[in-house]
Design a protein around this ligand. Structure first.
Ligand code: CA
Length: 537
């Protein structure tokens, strides 16, 4: 352990001499200037070869849906990054228990198919992140099987063993699992089928770095989403956020930045902002902001703006916007539409907030067409609805998992034919975010609204500003006024352009102190409606 850390420090110092300083700073490069990332479960995206299972060639056929490579076209979603849930060989449907880190799951295709996917994505300006699972492997992984059978196995110290069952975890479950071979126990935080790797073993660290190098240099990816990182290292009965975990991530993040200065690493710390902030400044580039996401869902569900912006303001005060990622839902959570009681108008409001607030936002596939889905997990990850055809155009065979019951209405074809659909709102908002630096990188300035159901804020970048006003209530509101603290905007008179179409707001006069005073942008705010207004002086 000590020698590994010493080596990391010395190597880091040497590399700083050899490479531009920027290469050593987390989160540099294109990721700073307006990225929107789309999370994809390949098994459920599109089946190209009629076996009912989505695959890499299917995803290639659907890349134009994500981004057609033309900035001026709004026929695509406009996302310029995709996060692929695990693509490596695995015995499970979800892939979070890997048996071969160097081979694509044969159900998805071959390594060559994957390289073609990356090439096709890059041609369209889409960067590719893959899920990297380093906390554990599959119990079918050959190294674990060897270590299980042979106490003198070279892989024995890659895992955690005990002659006795260890303590139960905080939820009363077992983390120590009885060996099927002899009287001993191995550690697997999530499940007996997922033995934890001993991430404090320098050989495991070197292997993790070698795997990263393989995916970047051989397969061409642009970075990684790292799974379950708060559980990487255990210290006694502490299984979360311990010092050894930070040590590992510091070394891993530095390795990725060293071999690929433009790459991006984002970690899953399923925890509070306070816990998440301990993973900065010098480990991975970014982390998912679960608290910010919960804040949006909670505000939209209750129709109250109070507290909505607090996690965003806290993150903004601590970190650059490209180093944290809000989202609405991911593959582990009840889908947005279901969480909002099936209310598609509220789903529109949630999307408007996500895509106009700061951070590097992620959208889970199907959220843009208001797919429903609730636990158990496979029902959160059901096949994408493309058309009105049988199996919603996902496959010509029997889909690996039954579709959601609303596939006839919540599908891409239906949304494309409706100018006011959630899909078209996503397309518009994502393109606006990429076109307006104020929306992607601008400072978040909260405004006070005269009604609790109204969220109002500015995104300001130098002399450009966008005003967002969202009525989260289910009734229209009249004469809602907005106010700010001093210095919100340069003094002057502002006209507005409604970036979502429709009428412009009343002009805004800002006095010498830069304060917005009792500004009424519209005589009436429609129920469950968002307004995105560019202000020009
Ligand atoms: Ca297939």
């Amino acid at each position: 352990m000590k020698s590994r850390l010493a080596c990391a420090a010395v190597c880091g110092a040497l590399l700083r001499l050899a490479l531009p300083v920027a290469a050593q700073e987390p989160g540099q490069s294109a990721w700073q200037s307006g990225t929107v990332c789309y999370e994809i479960f390949i098994r459920s995206f599109y089946d190209s070869d009629d076996d009912g299972i989505g695959d890499l060639n299917g995803l290639i056929q659907k890349l134009d849906y994500i981004n057609d490579g033309s900035p001026s076209s709004e026929r695509d979603l406009g996302a310029n990054c995709i996060w692929l849930m695990p693509v490596a060989a695995s015995p499970s449907y979800h892939g979070y228990d890997v048996t071969d880190y160097y081979r694509v799951n044969p159900e998805y295709g071959s390594n060559d198919d994957f390289k073609r996917l990356v090439s096709e994505a890059h041609q369209r300006g889409i960067r590719v992140l893959v899920d990297m699972v380093l906390n554990h492997v599959s119990s079918e992984h050959p190294y674990f099987k060897h270590a299980l059978l042979h106490t003198d196995s070279p892989y024995r110290n890659w895992f955690l063993w005990s002659p006795r069952p260890g303590p139960k975890n905080a939820w009363g479950g077992e983390n120590w699992h009885r060996s099927p071979v002899r009287e001993e126990y191995y550690y697997g935080f999530f499940w007996s089928g997922m033995p934890d790797l001993n991430v404090e073993n320098p050989e495991v660290v070197e292997e993790a770095k070698k795997i990263a190098t393989f995916w970047i240099e051989e397969m061409g990816v642009d970075g990684f989403r790292l799974d379950a990182i708060r559980h990487l290292v255990e210290e006694g009965d502490r299984t979360e956020n311990v010092a050894g975990t930070h040590d590992f991530l510091r070394e891993y993040g530095a390795h990725v930045r060293r071999i690929a200065p433009g790459a991006f690493t984002i970690g899953e710390v399923y925890d509070s902002i306070g816990a998440m902030l301990a993973y900065y400044p010098d480990q991975l580039d970014a982390h998912f902001a679960f608290e910010a996401s919960d804040s949006i869902l909670s505000a939209v569900r209750t129709g109250s703006a109070s507290g909505l912006l607090q996690p965003f303001l806290r993150l903004q005060s601590e970190l650059p916007a490209h180093r944290w990622s809000p989202f609405l839902r991911n593959h582990d959570q009840t889908r947005t539409l279901t969480a909002l009681g099936g209310d598609s108008a509220r789903a529109r409001v949630a999307a408007t907030l996500l895509l106009t607030l700061p951070g590097l936002p992620f959208v889970y596939y199907g959220e843009e067409i208001a797919m429903s889905g609730d636990k158990p997990d496979p029902r959160l990850r059901t096949p994408m609805h493309w058309t009105h055809a049988r199996a919603a155009g996902f496959t010509r065979a029997i889909p690996w998992e039954p579709l959601q019951p609303d596939s006839l209405t919540a599908n891409v074809e239906a949304h494309e034919s409706d100018a006011g659909s959630l899909l078209n709102l996503h397309r518009r908002l994502i393109h606006l975010r990429l076109q307006h630096a104020a929306l992607s990188a601008g400072q978040l300035l909260p405004l006070t609204a005269s009604h609790d159901a109204v969220a109002a804020y500015l995104r300001r970048q130098d002399d450009r500003a966008v005003l967002i006003v969202v009525n989260m209530g289910n009734v229209p509101l009249t004469r809602v006024s907005l106010s700010s603290s001093a210095g919100a905007l340069p003094p002057g008179r502002y006209a507005s352009t409604n970036l979502l179409g429709g009428t412009s707001a009343a002009s805004l006069r800002v006095g010498a102190d830069g304060r917005i005073r009792v500004y009424v942008p519209f005589a009436e705010l429609a129920a469950l409606e968002g307004y995105v207004l560019e202000l020009s002086n």
